[in-house]
Write a protein that binds this ligand. Sequence first.
Ligand code: MLT
Ligand code: MN
Ligand code: ZN
Length: 317
Amino acid sequence: MARPRTKAASYCSDPDTARMTLRMRILGAAAGGGLPQWNCGCRNCNLARQGKIPAQTQSSLAVSGNGRDWAILNASPDIRIQMAACPELHPTGPRTLPLRSVLVTNGDIDHVAGLLTLREVQPFTLFATAGIHQVIADNPIFSALREGVVDRSQIALDTPFELAPDLTATLFAVPGKVPLYLEGETVDTQLIGDQTVGVELKAGNQRVLYIPGCAILNDDLRTRIDGADALLFDGTLWQDDEMIREGLGQKTGARMGHMSISGPDGSIAQMADLTIGTRVFVHMNNTNPVLRPDSDERAEAEAKGWIIGQDGLEITP
Ligand code: MLT
Ligand code: MN
Ligand code: ZN
């Protein structure tokens, strides 16, 4: 029987309707640094400061399998403002939240620094692999997430677990590197282990993949991605030498553990033959031309079937 729709029983919070749908809201579409980045005078950062292109906060995604219970994938340094801007995550009582858990996909600053904001004796589960938990445990400042309040749950690769009620997740290895602040003399930029992971989400009959950082698309990943209802994928750079061209440093995307979007080895070409319901780029570096809505590069990506993520965008698989 159809229920009368009031504001309180909107699509977002109607449990009957929402139960069937995996919901995702991009909290932050930019890579580390955000757009604009505090110290960057590149074209995009200047345009964002002038309000001529939309600013974007740092890498994070909110997900729910039922519209009531939510998880946050990656705790960005911007999490405070991101949660304030997302009605689904607002408190429903004095200390009652729809947030059940936080999951981090690597130990990079843009994905863990926001944990410090979540320190107000608020219970939730922090999910990560053993390797990523170790990185967090090694840094005593994170003991601000008090033992006995925040449950730190170690997740083995390729093992499904309940991320939130009605939402199952599985972590899988993605080629990448250790966080910048843990790099030694030599760095394996395509390391496969539990330091960089992707997330497979399942709710109802939907299967969605979240891979915000990926150095190279190997056969395991291609197999996993094929047939997904939605993919949110590493869109850090348009081209590998983008930051060098802009005069912003000497690092290539490959050195940073990120495959680029364009070119024959890029993500658009490499996934052209895969069946994917909805393709979305996330984790864009502030130099990426796709962040300019009127750029040729954005038009090209969209023509090839990709959505350019942006803050607040809801993705429906
Ligand atoms: C990355 O995604 O490459 C890192 O988050 C860079 C950084 O540490 O800022
Ligand atoms: Mn990052
Ligand atoms: Zn910039």
